[in-house]
Structure formats: structure tokens, C-alpha cells
Design a protein around this ligand. Structure first.
Ligand SMILES: Cc1cc2nc3c(=O)[nH]c(=O)nc-3n(C[C@H](O)[C@H](O)[C@H](O)COP(=O)(O)OP(=O)(O)OC[C@H]3O[C@@H](n4cnc5c(N)ncnc54)[C@H](O)[C@@H]3O)c2cc1C
Length: 290
């Protein structure tokens, strides 16, 4: 690995100025789980690292019934999974975070780093999108707030400007009567990363679906909200057949990636299976349709 200077700014503005001065020569580091691998493999060779570890503004988890949840970008996956606030008000997010990777990565990797790396084979982005989450970007120039779908631009590409940091993630207050489910599919039990994921957040009355937000992740370049399947579910009594039909729409409407871990056809098929199980599981109509 190439030698580098390690910089430790004390404020977001100071970090932002360092990033603006050094531009292509610098990388931000949070937990380092993704960055150190990339540096070891010489995929990136920065001369300077800006550590965000001392930025207090990026820490903490808090909840306000009106404004919802705030998760500091430096919170680790294990912080999100163990947070009583998240468990109480956003159980799907807590359950998702508890499944990320393995204990080592959950205890070192941050939510901000996960979003900024924009690796498709990850769990939080799709689940956050299904919750209507926003990403807060800070710099010496001020702050801007983007929906997760605006922040994630493409395969490993985000809307971050060179002088910006992700400072926090905001999730709107939960809607009454809402419930949800997150399902990840692993190709083999030995693999940590999801090959496909489906996040579903609904407002429902027993089997009657009043509203649904359905997002596919991991099998697509960036998590994708499935508007046609959401419209199909809205106002319906969900049966096994309805769940299967909605899942078929989901599979039709995605553009899966194809790589060494799975072809596009395989991923499309797995997304259909995972979507059916997720919808059927949430509405208590598990099993194959007749
Ligand atoms: C073995 C392994 C298995 C994994 N399995 C999973 C999995 O199953 N599910 C899953 O979701 N993820 C998985 N991951 C990915 C893991 O979640 C991320 O590596 C981790 O969350 C990144 O956070 P970090 O703090 O370590 O980021 P870092 O490695 O420090 O940084 C990652 C990138 O984000 C940038 N960055 C970090 N923080 C900020 C910030 N606040 N503002 C601006 N830029 C920033 C860095 O410059 C870098 O480009 C896995 C990773 C490994 C190594």
C-alpha cells in the first residue's frame, strides 16, 4: 500500500476545506472496512486520508415523534441494530442492520461509509429507501438534503461533491399502522453479501394493503422502487395469488446486474422469489399459490 498522510479535522468545515484543497489525492475514511481493501488492492492510491472519526456532528442516534429518526453517519451497523430507539420505532431497520455482513464488519463499518461507497451488494440503501430516508451532506459551503434515491446515482457513484461529507441519515416519523419486512438472499451460506434484497413497508389493515413502498436492492445497480407493483398492491386484499402476481411485476420491472456472483436471469428469478416471500410473509399468506 502506498504511504499517505493521515489528517484528523475537528469540524465538518475543516474536513471539507481539506477535501477541496486536495481533491483527487484524498479520500475520506470512517471505519475503513471498504477503503482499506480498495487501497490494498491499489484500486485507489490517495496521498492523504481525511479521517472523520473526531467529528462529533457525525455521531449519535436520536428520535423525535414529529421529525423522525436521525442517525449520525459515523454510527456503525451494530449501533443501528442495537439501538433501542431504532428497535422500537423502526424494527425493520434494526433487523436489517443486524444481518449486515458479519460481526467484525458490523462493529467497524459505518452507515455513512456504506452509503458513500455505493456498492450495490449491500443492505441499508434499499431498506432506507423503503422508509423514505434522506441523506444529509455537509461542507464548508453549508448543508443539503437529498432523498436516498437522489444520493445514489449509479454503480459506485453518489451525488457527493468533492468537498462534501455525509453527516447524517434522516428517516421520517413512522406512519401509524405501518409495518414492514426486509429479506436478503445469499447465494451461499458462506457469503456475507446479499445477492438480492427486498424491502417492503406498508400501511395495512389486516390483509388489506392501504399503501406499499417496495424496493429491490443488491441485484440492481442502485436500489429501485417498484411503482407498478406498489400500485398493484394498493387497495387489495393480499392473498397468495396477489403476492405472486405482485412479485412477477417486480421481477419484470427491474434491470438486474450480471456479474461473477450471478447472471441477470438468475437474479431476476431470485428477486421474484424473494419478493413473493416478503409480501406473503408480511401479510401472513405464506406458501405457494394454488
Ligand atoms: C467482508 C465484508 C462483507 C461485507 N458484507 C456486507 C453486507 O452483507 N451488507 C452490507 O450492506 N455491506 C457489507 N459490506 C460493506 C460494509 O457495510 C461497508 O464496507 C461499510 O459499511 C463501510 O463503512 P466504513 O465506515 O468502513 O467506510 P470506509 O471504508 O471508511 O469508507 C467507504 C467509502 O465511503 C467514503 N466515506 C466514508 N464515510 C464518509 C462520509 N461520512 N462522508 C463522505 N464519504 C465517506 C470513503 O471515502 C470511502 O470511499 C461488507 C464489507 C466487507 C469488508
Amino acid at each position: 500500500m502506498r504511504d499517505f498522510d493521515f489528517l484528523q479535522p475537528a469540524t465538518v468545515a475543516e474536513a471539507s476545506r481539506m477535501l477541496a484543497d486536495l481533491v483527487d489525492e484524498v479520500r475520506v475514511m470512517a471505519g475503513g472496512t471498504a477503503l482499506m481493501l480498495a487501497m490494498r488492492q491499489r484500486m485507489v492510491t490517495p496521498t492523504h486520508i481525511v479521517s472523520v472519526a473526531k467529528l462529533e456532528a457525525l455521531r449519535g442516534i436520536s428520535f423525535d415523534p414529529k421529525h423522525g429518526l436521525r442517525i449520525g453517519a459515523l454510527c456503525k451497523h451494530s449501533d443501528v441494530a442495537r439501538s433501542e430507539i431504532v428497535q422500537k420505532h423502526y424494527p425493520v431497520l434494526a433487523a436489517m442492520a443486524a444481518q449486515v455482513a458479519n460481526p467484525q464488519v458490523r462493529n467497524q463499518g459505518t452507515l455513512g461509509g456504506n452509503l458513500c461507497y455505493a456498492d450495490p451488494a449491500t443492505d441499508p440503501p434499499g431498506c432506507l429507501m423503503a422508509h423514505g430516508a434522506q441523506v444529509v451532506l455537509g461542507s464548508a459551503r453549508g448543508e443539503r438534503v437529498l432523498a436516498v434515491e437522489e444520493f445514489l446515482v449509479d454503480y459506485y457513484v453518489t451525488a457527493l461533491e468533492p468537498d462534501e461529507l455525509v453527516t447524517e441519515i434522516r428517516v421520517p416519523a413512522p406512519v401509524p399502522d405501518s409495518s414492514g419486512h426486509y429479506t436478503r438472499f445469499l447465494r451461499t451460506a458462506a457469503e456475507h453479501r446479499p445477492l438480492a434484497s427486498v424491502s417492503l413497508v406498508t400501511r395495512r389493515d389486516g390483509a388489506l394493503c392501504r399503501e406499499a413502498r417496495l424496493v429491490v436492492g443488491a441485484s440492481v445497480a442502485v436500489p429501485h422502487r417498484l411503482a407498478r407493483a406498489e400500485d398493484f398492491l394498493r387497495g387489495k386484499q393480499v392473498t397468495r395469488e396477489v403476492a405472486a402476481e405482485a412479485a412477477a411485476i417486480v421481477a419484470e420491472d427491474i434491470t438486474p446486474i450480471s456479474d461473477i456472483r450471478g447472471s441477470a436471469d438468475y437474479r431476476r428469478d431470485m428477486v421474484r422469489v424473494v419478493a413473493r416471500r416478503t409480501i406473503a410473509g408480511l401479510f401472513g399468506v405464506e406458501g405457494e399459490p394454488a
